[in-house]
Ligand binder design. Structure first.
Ligand SMILES: [Mg+2]
Length: 379
């Protein structure tokens, strides 16, 4: 390098240093260009994990202290997207079924992670069912593409993070003493969710009402069988400040549920009966709204479609979760600006959460601003 060349080179360097990021952004490499030159392939990994519940989780028909989950990762060009399958026993999936499903998935056939629709269609074609396992791949893929794009998923969906709804905190069935303790623990929440469906339903509500006047929502988990009883309870619950009633009767009792929805003073929300898009259209006259969960429907892509179908049919939308880590809960929360209500407390019910993600601030879902689903590993 001669003296003249040295001066010119130094000037270029100085110009670059002075303009900082602007110098670099004169010729930015877009995500698409990066992909074109990439010879990367998608690689899927999975690890079984067992969640420990802070309190035994008691529904109208069962009780348990752990939940099996499968933690997934999809790696592409050194970037890793995180996903999760949560498998409460009543859904019929387990570590074994998820491992079998995920072992059969070959993502190395894909070179472009942004072909999300193609990849999700392939995942869906691998085996029927296995919705939680499918969700674990879908979530990891959304996390990965968000990270590659450098944007949180909610931004890629075009959603306003200010519009997230309040979330409820679930108070499970228990002795009056433990229920009082749980209500104290739920101090940061502005809505409480009560699990009903046993002999002591009115007692449960009265115990909660003796310690708080916060709005409540009630989830019967198909625990009642008689529509007249359900209607009588709906009126009583409204007087007690309950704002909606979730799956009061078994999903198969469609006529009874439609009868109840027509007469109930509070909205009737379908949960167990609503797994995917066809369930919404099949039950359009049966409920006032639906509860969407990633583990039931197979992930964020289908959940988003379900939200639009429900809205087109004039239904209310709730986004819920299972007991799961902050990974899957934060993934579901990415869609929550589109929901009327959400019930995203699954991560708070466990004592060994390996992720850090969404926060609940003054009872409202607050999304992380990090790219992808926005979680980081905390264990
Ligand atoms: Mg429910």
């Amino acid at each position: 390098m001669n003296k003249r060349e040295f001066i010119r080179y130094s000037a270029l360097l100085a110009g670059g240093a002075l303009t900082g990021g602007a110098f670099i952004s004169c010729n930015p490499e877009t995500g698409a260009e990066r992909l074109k030159r990439s010879d990367g392939r998608l690689t899927l990994r999975f690890t079984p994990f067992t969640l420990r519940l802070k309190h035994a989780f008691t529904l109208s028909a069962s009780s348990r202290t752990t939940t099996p989950v499968m933690l997934t990762e999809i790696e592409y060009n050194g970037i890793t997207g995180y996903g999760e399958a949560s498998m409460p026993p009543y859904l019929g999936e387990s570590h074994e079924t998820a491992a079998r499903f995920l072992s059969a998935v070959d993502l190395t056939r894909f070179a472009d992670p942004f072909l999300t629709e193609d990849i999700i269609a392939y995942i869906d074609s691998v085996m029927p069912g296995n919705y939680a396992a499918k969700a674990s791949v879908d979530i990891a893929l959304h996390d990965l593409t968000g990270k590659l794009a450098g944007e949180p998923c909610y931004r890629l969906f075009g959603l306003n993070p200010e519009k997230t709804p309040l979330t409820s905190f679930t108070i499970g069935l228990d002795t009056p003493e433990i229920v009082r303790q749980k209500v104290d623990e739920a101090a940061p929440y502005r809505i409480l969710k009560v699990k009903l469906g046993r002999e002591n339903d009115r007692e449960m509500i009265d115990v909660i009402r003796s310690v708080t006047d916060k709005p409540l929502c009630a989830d019967v988990n198909q625990g009642w069988k008689d529509r007249e009883h359900a209607l009588e309870m709906a009126h009583w619950l409204k007087e007690k400040g309950v704002v909606f009633l979730e799956q009061p009767l078994p999903g198969e009792q469609k006529e009874d549920l439609a009868w109840l929805t027509e007469r109930s003073p509070i909205p009737i929300i379908g949960d167990e009966a609503i797994q995917n898009i066809s369930d919404i259209t099949d039950n359009r006259e049966v409920y006032s709204g639906i509860n969407i969960k990633l583990m039931k429907c197979g992930g964020m892509s289908t959940a988003l479609k379900m939200i639009h179908v429900a809205r087109a049919l004039g239904l209310k939308v709730m986004i819920g979760c299972m007991t799961e880590t902050s990974c899957a809960v934060t993934a579901a929360a990415q869609l929550s600006p589109l929901a009327d209500w959400c019930d995203l407390d699954g991560n708070l019910l466990i004592s060994n959460d390996p992720f850090d993600g969404l926060k609940i601030i003054d009872g409202k879902v607050t999304l992380p601003t990090r790219p992808g689903i926005g979680v980081i590993k905390s264990l």
